[in-house]
Design a protein around this ligand. Structure first.
Ligand SMILES: C[S@@+](CC[C@H](N)C(=O)[O-])C[C@H]1O[C@@H](n2cnc3c(N)ncnc32)[C@H](O)[C@@H]1O
Length: 240
């Protein structure tokens, strides 16, 4: 997934019904002014920078060089003085044990044991993850390739992912809460193409090769507000 300016565009987010929770409010409720916060898979830092006033320091970690370059630009352009970004991956975080008070993961990969390792005892984690029924109507239209269904999680039973997260965190944290939310979102055709190009929702998405599928989706799901889908996300909160 390469970074382009489209990544920060509103088109890619569509016209959304009210969300089941406000991620920033959930993070705010768990943040302390003295916290050192790590945001894993921070992308261009545009969401991370908004968290900076809540805590002592925000640190973003991101493996994609183009995202990383834009994150540096965004930090410099912002008035935020307590934010840094470093190169690294969720599976091998480049930080010592117990070096953070709060970890956030916003629609990015995570490794539960690495989160637990870098959090101090009493630390907290807030993750927003894509659910296993996210944009299900679109995913089923793209069918399968040699590696199985092209839609991310299209082979999971409903609720399976939430149960897996609960088990994963329960082993390493004192307490875990997993909430699941659904809401309708409406895209323009351009917005839908940008979304599929910029995310891993559909493996190998190609707007030219997949034109017939896109046409079918538009035909079947267009409403007066745009092309309708249901988004499904999970909110994981864990206390170490
Ligand atoms: C959908 S974007 C979300 C970015 C940002 N958190 C946000 O909410 O705007 C997913 C991000 O995860 C990053 N990513 C991909 N693989 C990763 C990994 N193994 N470890 C950490 N981040 C990863 C991508 O480069 C991308 O920036």
């Amino acid at each position: 997934m390469g970074y382009t300016e489209a990544y920060e565009s509103d088109l890619i987010r569509g016209d959304q019904d009210p969300l089941p929770w406000r991620l920033r409010a959930e993070i705010t409720a768990l943040a302390l002014g003295t916290d050192r916060l790590l945001d894993i898979g921070c992308g261009t830092m545009f969401k991370t920078l908004a968290l900076a006033p809540l805590v002592r320091q925000v640190v973003g970690v991101e493996p994609n060089p183009r995202m990383l370059a834009q994150a540096h630009t965004n930090i410099t352009a912002s008035a935020v003085g307590n934010a840094v970004v470093v190169a690294g991956r969720a599976e091998q975080l480049p930080f010592p044990d117990s070096s953070f008070d709060l970890v956030t993961v916003m629609l990015a990969p995570h490794d539960t044991s690495e989160i637990s390792r870098v959090l101090r005892p009493g630390g907290r984690a807030v993750l927003e993850k894509i659910g296993d029924r996210d944009k299900w109507n679109f995913k089923t239209e793209f069918g399968a390739d040699d590696h199985g269904p092209r839609g991310q999680f299209a082979d999971l039973d409903q609720g399976q992912r939430a149960r897996e997260y609960e088990d994963e965190f329960a082993g390493l944290f004192d307490r875990v809460e997993v909430r699941e939310g659904f809401w309708a979102t409406y895209y323009s055709r351009t917005g839908l193409e940008l979304l599929l190009e910029q995310t891993s929702a559909i493996r190998g998405f190609d707007p030219v090769a997949d034109k017939a599928v896109l046409d079918r989706i538009c035909q079947e799901w267009t409403t007066h507000r745009g092309i309708k889908t249901i988004q499904n996300r999970m909110l994981i909160q864990a206390w170490k």
